[in-house]
Design a protein around this ligand. Structure first.
Ligand SMILES: [Zn+2]
Length: 77
């Protein structure tokens, strides 16, 4: 069911070789892979966003570990 091409107008099952719906003549054929590609791209985007936010948070957590202004002043004494 998910691996069949469907007409976007009347939802009729269309052969993958056909360019138009045999029932209503519409050229709007939905690819069965569009849904999965969208799914995978959404997952990839979520993973990339998670990685970026993780690196971003790590960078900000590292800031207090760097020599602070007070420490630099103390070493100059
Ligand atoms: Zn149709």
């Amino acid at each position: 069911m998910l691996y069949q091409y469907h007409c976007a107008c009347c939802n009729k099952v269309v052969e993958s070789t056909e360019k138009e719906c045999s029932s209503c003549g519409s050229h709007n054929i939905r690819s069965p892979y569009g849904f999965w590609i969208l799914c995978i791209l959404t997952c990839l985007a979520a993973v990339i966003l998670f990685k970026i936010s993780h690196v971003y948070l790590q960078d900000h957590q590292d800031v207090p570990l760097q020599p602070s202004v007070l420490e630099v002043i103390n070493t100059r004494k």
